[in-house]
Design a protein around this ligand. Structure first.
Ligand code: UD1
Length: 368
């Protein structure tokens, strides 16, 4: 029996850990799962709603770390997590993705000689100005088992000199949650509530510091959204970081005056409502990593408002296009994508994005 501490911290972690913990509970003879919530995200809509929607059990321990600078948050996470590891004496600690909680908890374990499994290992944007890229590079250096979502990730790790025996291609565990929750999401009333149940609409998410912390970049993106809004309604669930900056930079008024009346800013949505919303969209515009993958799995056209992606398979096989943040380029790409939707081809889903990744992760941990 393996005792495993599963770490969750921020919004994009919950949908990755939920199917893993569920599989561990189902395979209760082999695994004793323990859940630690670091509290990197803490708002009802950024955290609690996801536990409910995904059926994640209440965490065994909440560290309540909260927000802060990267150094403050990472240091506080390490100080809070170390005593939990010393007390619980797990066989493995499992971390997912690329947030500060991922790196901080992996680093604690590397020093305590506790084995770490990293889910979603090997992704690289090659952009070291992204805090997540630093978290990915360092976590993969110190983790014992690197569980990758796609072949490009294996190649990245091998090119960094990581021995093949630490790397296992298991597929994309976010897609386990997506396929599992699709039917339940059909019960969500979100499209009706937002008045988009009978017409084409676009969905937007934005939260990367490089897009939302710089007034000029954010203004440019919002002006592109206003132009797209002239063609179809645009629903924009706004991340707390982004909302704060929109108001601080005075861009809410600018948006209202620039004909952006059809750009609807709403609170962040829970997992099921958001799934219901984007799965019916004519177009998604985002700077998120996970949404590039989810739109690929469902065949929804996606424009990524960044200069690069750590998920190239979504461009090569999927529906994703990297368009950057220049307003004219965004509007042109949106027009092209909307005009192309009539010739929609069935989605091409990358290998092992099949809803069974969690069990492959558990098998690899048993065999490691
Ligand atoms: C973090 C992750 C990012 C992930 C994103 C998803 C890192 C380095 N970044 O970025 O990879 O894509 O989560 O959302 O780990 N805040 C709230 N309520 C919350 C959480 C945050 O109001 O529940 C506000 C705080 O003012 C905080 C700001 O949002 O300062 C940013 O939160 P933080 O966790 O630092 O980074 P994210 O931008 O959310």
């Amino acid at each position: 029996m393996l005792k495993v501490i599963n770490v969750v911290g921020a919004r994009p972690n919950f949908m990755k850990v939920a199917p893993i913990v569920e599989a561990m509970r189902r395979r209760g003879r082999e695994f004793a799962p323990f859940v630690v919530h670091t509290g990197q995200h803490y708002d009802e809509q950024m955290s609690d709603a996801f536990f409910r929607d995904l059926g994640l059990p209440e965490p065994d321990v909440c560290l309540g770390v909260g927000s802060g600078s990267h150094a403050q948050q990472t240091a506080a996470l390490m100080q809070l997590f170390e005593p939990v590891v010393l007390r619980e004496k797990p066989d493995w600690v499992l971390v997912v993705g690329d947030v500060n909680s991922t790196l901080a908890c992996a680093l604690v374990c590397a020093k305590l000689l506790v084995k770490v499994a990293h889910v979603e290992a090997g992704l690289r944007s090659r952009d070291r100005t992204m805090p997540e890229e630093i978290n990915r590079l360092l976590t993969d250096q110190i983790a014992d088992l690197l569980l990758t979502p796609s072949r490009d990730a294996d190649a990245n790790l091998l090119a960094e000199g990581i021995p093949a025996k630490r790397i296992r291609l298991v597929g994309n565990v976010m897609i386990d949650s997506l396929f599992k929750q699709l039917e339940r999401a059909a019960g969500s009333k979100v499209r009706k509530e937002l008045g988009v149940d009978d017409k084409p609409y676009a969905v937007v998410t934005l939260h990367r510091p490089s897009n939302v912390d710089d007034a000029g970049v954010l203004r440019g993106i919002l002006s592109a959204l206003a132009q797209i809004g002239a063609r179809l309604p645009v629903v924009f669930p706004v991340h707390p970081r982004t909302r704060k900056n929109i108001y601080e930079f005075g861009l809410d008024e600018e948006l209202a005056h620039s004909g952006g009346g059809r750009v609807r800013l709403v609170e962040p949505l829970g997992y099921l409502d958001f799934l219901r919303l984007y799965s019916g969209a004519a177009l998604v515009l985002t700077d998120s990593g996970g949404i590039q993958e989810e739109t690929t799995a469902l065949g929804i056209p996606c424009l990524t408002l960044r200069e690069n992606t750590e998920r190239p398979v979504t461009v090569e096989l999927g529906t994703n296009r990297i368009v950057g943040t220049h307003p004219e380029r965004i509007v042109r790409a949106a027009t092209d994508a909307l005009e192309a939707t009539s010739t929609n081809t069935p989605p091409r889903v990358p290998p092992f994005w099949d809803g069974h990744t969690a069990d492959r992760i558990l098998d690899e941990m048993m065999n490691a």
